[in-house]
Unconditional design. Structure first.
Length: 285
């Protein structure tokens, strides 16, 4: 965990959550991308994890991804919830581990958004069950009233354009719902009909409602590209209500200029977002 000072610097606060030492535990391999929100005085930290006992045919350890949660009252001391994992792939309409073309089940990168009825939607990286294996990248959706018990719903986005769509983030802005996602150049399917240029970076989808379908806009959806050497992003409103974008300097996995640089995987400075015609998002760099 890191804490931001009044001067804008970040201070390392140490490790707050670790993988389970029991090799049979669902979170015994590693802990991946998480998301934190506060509800009724309690902080909820949702995170992705894998199990050492899940071994794919190619020897890959932890072939199945699942989502769990830890809670805290002070952001320092966290307790993993006994119901974990709280979100696992139920099968159709989602791709299972046996159906996956690489035998790895994608079910990660949770983002949690409150609705106007007192409930919560979860959005996460996943893959659709049917169709061309290289075009099944999707964003899943689930609903909960208590942040612990979830009902998995059909995908929120299934554009049939990408192999994977990572780290979704959702926000309402000027009457429209926007969803960020990260994608690598090699995940763009060459036969895709959409006009976006295949690049590694961050893109977005739009929807009229939180429970509606999120689709690619009519214009190129790229917010950050290979030239920016940034990968994955989160929305944030500053103290003045200005919508901003936080992103990470990419590393070797994304094949950028930071691959051999100490700056790889460090947080970049926030960037201002403006809105153009037809609900287009524009990053001020």
């Amino acid at each position: 965990m890191a804490k931001r000072t009044t001067g804008g610097e970040w201070q390392d606060q140490g490790i707050i959550l670790q993988r389970n030492s029991d090799p049979k535990a669902w979170d015994s391999v590693s802990l991946w991308t998480g998301y934190t929100l506060k509800h009724d005085g309690i902080y909820y930290l949702f995170y992705t994890a894998r199990c050492q006992s899940d071994v794919a045919e190619d020897g890959y350890i932890g072939h199945t991804q699942r989502i769990g949660v830890a809670t805290s009252t002070d952001l320092v001391n966290w307790t993993k919830h006994p119901a974990n994992p709280i979100l696992s792939c139920p099968g159709a309409p989602y791709e299972t581990q046996q159906e996956a073309f690489n035998k790895h089940l994608g079910w990660r990168d949770p983002c949690i958004v409150a609705d106007e009825k007192g409930g919560f939607y979860a959005f996460f990286t996943c893959r659709a069950q049917q169709g061309d294996p290289l075009k099944r990248g999707a964003i899943g959706r689930a609903y909960s009233q208590d942040l612990i018990n979830w009902k998995v719903l059909p995908p929120a986005a299934d554009p049939r354009r990408y192999t994977d769509m990572e780290v979704p983030d959702v926000i309402q802005h000027k009457g429209c719902w926007y969803m960020l996602f990260a994608v690598k150049e090699t995940w763009h399917h060459p036969s895709g009909s959409h006009h976006d240029t295949p690049v590694t970076g961050v893109r977005y989808l739009v929807s009229d409602s939180l429970e509606g379908e999120f689709v690619l806009p009519a214009h190129d959806s790229a917010l950050l590209t290979s030239d920016d050497a940034l990968y994955t992003a989160r929305f944030w409103r500053d103290e003045n209500g200005q919508l901003t974008l936080w992103s990470w300097r990419a590393g070797a996995d994304e094949g950028t200029q930071y691959a051999e640089n100490a700056a790889a995987y460090t947080l970049a400075h926030p960037m201002k977002i403006e809105t153009g015609e037809n609900n287009q998002l524009l990053v001020v760099k």
